[in-house]
Design a protein around this ligand. Structure first.
Ligand code: 13P
Length: 250
């Protein structure tokens, strides 16, 4: 069974408000023919509000790139689930490897964020993935399995149905070195197997698992042909109308 594909653009720390508006305007007008795909954009916080407005009336969904687990309070520099919902977000990316590498994110804080997102009504896109050294030493599944298990700790079956997972091998992010479709399929199948163990076969078969790491219009097809690849989480190639649409319309 193939699930409805979900293509998300993670803009990371790029795009001023004016650039963001121009980008979504281009995406909106070029989206015809992509009705079979869920399309998501994740701008940086300062442009969420205006991008949300620019997206109104389109099928493109808005996502935050992170959130804090508290609802409000004295947490300087943080953003809550309620705030993301307030500006029109449907999704939130959680546990991206750049958060894990540079900002001290770990499986426990990922889990807290996932719970906060779910209880507020945001659908989490939970990222997992090994670094190069872990792959080279044969520890890929040890790491990805742990990140998945601990990230989803205590999440009920009903909530698990709202999750999207994103497998992003860190060595393939921003490097131009995409994992091969076979490497990706192998890990995705294991993640799906684990979801089946943690929940049940129905939830495992329904769960969408994206691949992320140097996805481009010319390599997306081979990835999407794999039985357990249900979409892409795109960095660099999501910053231009033409390349992101090329991916969305794979
Ligand atoms: P690139 O597509 O730039 O490799 O980034 C992938 C990514 O990290 C998406 O979240």
């Amino acid at each position: 069974m193939k699930r409805r594909p979900i293509m998300a653009g993670n803009w990371k720390m790029n795009m001023l408000v004016s650039e963001a508006e121009a980008l979504v305007k281009g995406l909106k007008s070029g989206l015809d023919g992509a009705e079979e795909v869920d399309v998501v954009v994740a701008p940086p916080f300062p442009s969420l509000y205006s991008v949300g407005k620019a997206l109104s009336g389109s099928s493109i969904a808005l996502a935050g790139q992170n959130l804090h687990w508290e609802v409000s309070g004295a947490y300087t520099g943080e953003v809550s689930a309620t705030m993301l919902l307030d500006v029109g977000c449907k999704y939130v990316i959680i546990g991206h490897s750049e958060r894990r590498q540079f900002f001290g994110e770990n499986d426990e804080t990922v889990n807290r964020r996932v719970k906060a997102a779910l209880s507020a009504g945001l659908d989490p896109i939970v990222c997992v993935g090994e670094v190069l050294e872990e792959r080279k030493s044969g520890r890929t599944w040890e790491v990805v399995g742990r990140q998945t298990r601990e990230g989803l700790e205590g999440i009920s079956k009903g909530d698990a149905e709202r999750l999207v997972l994103a497998y992003e091998p860190v060595w393939a992010i921003g490097t131009g070195e995409t994992a091969t479709p076979e490497q990706v399929q192998e890990v995705h199948a294991k993640i799906r197997g684990l979801i089946g163990e943690l929940y049940d076969e129905g939830i495992a078969q329904g769960m969408r698992i994206q691949y992320g790491g140097s996805v481009k219009p010319d390599n997306v097809r081979g990835l999407m042909d794999q039985p357990d690849v249900d979409g892409a989480l795109v960095g660099g190639a999501s910053l231009k109308v033409e390349s992101f649409l090329g991916i969305v319309k794979f």
